[in-house]
Design a protein around this ligand. Sequence first.
Ligand code: SF4
Ligand code: SF4
Ligand code: SF4
Length: 274
Amino acid sequence: MAHSTDRRNFMATTIQSVGLAAMGGLLWSGYTDSVKASPLVLRPPGALKEEDFLTACIKCGLCAEACVNRDTNIDRHTGKQREGTLQMAKGGDSVLIGTPFFVPTDVPCYMCEEIPCVPVCPSGALDMASLLNEKKELDINKATMGLAVIHKESCISFWGIQCDACYRACPLLDTAITLEYQKNDRTGKHAYLLPVVHDDVCTGCGLCEQACVTEKPAIFVLPNDVAKGKAGDHYVKGWDSKDQERVGKAEAKINTTDISKQDADDYLNEEIEY
Ligand code: SF4
Ligand code: SF4
Ligand code: SF4
């Protein structure tokens, strides 16, 4: 009798455990799905594309350990001093737990010349090869962590007030952000000096975002996939040699069919107005 009671208790406990485990699994997969879907996270320099990064990163924390900045910063959320840019995600961060990320308004990436966070990565989630320059040297200027975007309506330069805080904070001075003059038609006698971000140079370090003078930064870094649009392959720039090469290839392919060269040009330039 005692034996069958034990057995019933064992079965009940097992079923409960399996049920809880299944429920836990469901909850966990729901959690990972929701954070995987979160498109706004900024990763360390050299990080693979987000999907590949999440598969490759073994959550060891070595990158964050290696990232100790020359400046200490106060973390806005905890009020404590933070020495490094990279944080390992905890519950409530909206980032997959245990993976490294950074928030530029708290602590930006200081674009360390020797990039200590990358060579320590044992899994290849941070890819050194993507950061090599033409001389095969590690080069932080090759990083593509994100892209700075300006919200014109809250940037005071667009109101006609002189401000170049983001321009001066940018480590890629006068290349990632330039200042451009524009006539102020409202006053008729003043000029605007407007910051413009160049997406082929900006690394997404976020030093501009941290330096911005407005209450909520008017310039902020977004992941490249979110910040950048895509024109589509059939739009062609007449002045771009790569695009012309593409046109040549398309024409060569179409010439082997019964579609004419004019048709190929018409297709590639469809709906373009210059
Ligand atoms: S480049 Fe420097 S500041 Fe930026 S994440 Fe790596 S170690 Fe940290
Ligand atoms: S994120 Fe800002 S500071 Fe950093 S490179 Fe881009 S424009 Fe310059
Ligand atoms: S620091 Fe901010 S407000 Fe000033 S120019 Fe740059 S984006 Fe505009």
